[in-house]
Ligand binder design. Structure first.
Ligand SMILES: [Zn+2]
Length: 384
């Protein structure tokens, strides 16, 4: 990309970001719709959150149940191990029994003296009988051993199956846990978004309330078909207070009482014989702030776009303000009435002009150092 194109692109992006003239809601209904929209959004998030919470509860129960099954499987494995050991023990015993029986039997086939000694047999018939018993007993032992071996095999198979089941259960737990984590993350996101939505609701509710109090109905265009701000009367000649650059003095009649002195007096003070002299914006622009300073002085701030450069004007001590933040104003819109609110000894207008504003794009410290003499733009008339 060419350097010059790059610069142009950066400048236009920057301009788009700082130029504040964005479209505001024009009818009361639009503000009401915003309240409805954000309220609905908040309710949706709340119900999703509730759903998530019950899902997490269910998952936790599932995990607990799975853990119980794993415990059961572990116990079963141990029990089978014990059974296998016991079977092995029995096999050993039976094998030893058989061996000793066979030993006696073998001895019985030898000498009679041993026979007598071994079996206590008194006759040969008795001896034969006893030998057949031995044979039956060893066969019986063999049978039992076979059965025990079979049982061990079955138990070992059961153990293998239980080990597999245990692994599957552990995998299920893992799945449930990652699902729980996902839901909890989502819930966190929902919770984080809620205060912002609530703020939007409150802001729009305030707007609705403000305009309703001014007598506006749903389909009224705010400031146009209702709560129309007073305009400058046609019979007043403002040609002497209106500069060619589009700036004007902030009142139709008045005089300078205090000049701009940089950091020692950040603006100029104007007085008028009419204690409630109407105040007008020094140029067309957008209201960016309506409020009070710490001493209770009413304060209105307007941003002006002077050939792409932002200039800010601040109006202090007014007794009435007719405009709201966000509204577009022109030089014949009556902003409010001169007054003596806040730290003031009598009705006057304190006017400050700056190249940035602490309510908009800079800190108060920077703001104080960015004041300019209002005479840079205003027609220099000290009494009119
Ligand atoms: Zn002042």
């Amino acid at each position: 990309m060419k350097k010059s194109i790059k610069i142009v692109l950066i400048i236009s992006l920057f301009t788009m970001m700082i130029i504040p003239f964005k479209a505001e809601a024009t009818t009361l209904k639009e503000y009401e719709d915003q309240v409805t929209k954000y309220t609905k959004e908040l309710e949706e998030k709340q119900s999703k959150l509730a759903k998530n919470e019950s899902e997490v509860k269910e998952i936790k129960q599932n995990i607990a149940a799975l853990e119980k099954q794993i415990q059961q499987a572990e116990q079963d494995i141990i029990r089978l191990e014990e059974e296998i050991e016991q079977s092995n023990e029995e096999i050993k015993q039976k094998s030893a029994e058989s061996e000793s029986l066979i030993e006696y039997y073998q001895l019985a086939e030898g000498e009679n003296a041993y026979l007598e000694y071994a079996f206590g047999a008194e006759t040969i018939t008795d001896m034969i009988y006893r030998a057949s018993i031995v044979e039956q007993l060893t066969e019986y032992n063999d049978q039992i051993m076979k059965e025990l071996e079979e049982l061990i095999k079955v138990n070992e198979e059961k153990q293998d199956q239980l080990a597999i089941k245990k692994e599957e259960l552990a995998k299920l737990i893992e799945e449930q846990e990652s699902e729980q984590e996902r839901i909890e993350y989502e819930s966190d996101q929902l919770r984080e978004a809620m205060p912002t939505i609530q703020q939007q609701i409150d802001t729009y509710k305030q707007q609705v309330e403000y305009w309703k109090n001014k007598g506006c109905k749903s389909n009224d265009v705010l400031g146009v078909t209702c709560a129309v701000p007073p305009k400058v009367s046609d019979d007043v000649d403002v040609s002497n207070i209106m500069g060619a650059n589009g700036f004007r003095l902030p009142m139709n009649k008045g005089y300078l009482t205090q000049d701009y002195k940089g950091l020692r007096h950040l603006g100029v003070d104007f007085g008028s014989t009419n204690k409630s002299e109407p105040i007008y914006p020094v140029a067309s622009g957008q209201v960016i702030y309506v409020g009070q300073d710490s001493a209770g002085a009413n304060m209105v701030k307007i941003v002006h776009n002077v050939n792409g450069k932002l200039i800010f004007s601040t109006y202090g001590h007014m007794r009435a303000v007719y405009f709201r933040k966000g509204q577009i104003v022109s030089t014949d819109d009556m902003l409010g009435l001169m007054g003596s609110t806040g730290n003031s000894t009598g009705p006057h207008l304190h006017l400050e002009m700056t190249t940035c504003d602490w309510t908009y794009n800079c800190t108060y410290k920077v703001y104080k150092n960015s004041t300019i003499s209002p005479w840079t733009y205003l027609p220099k008339v000290t009494r009119w």
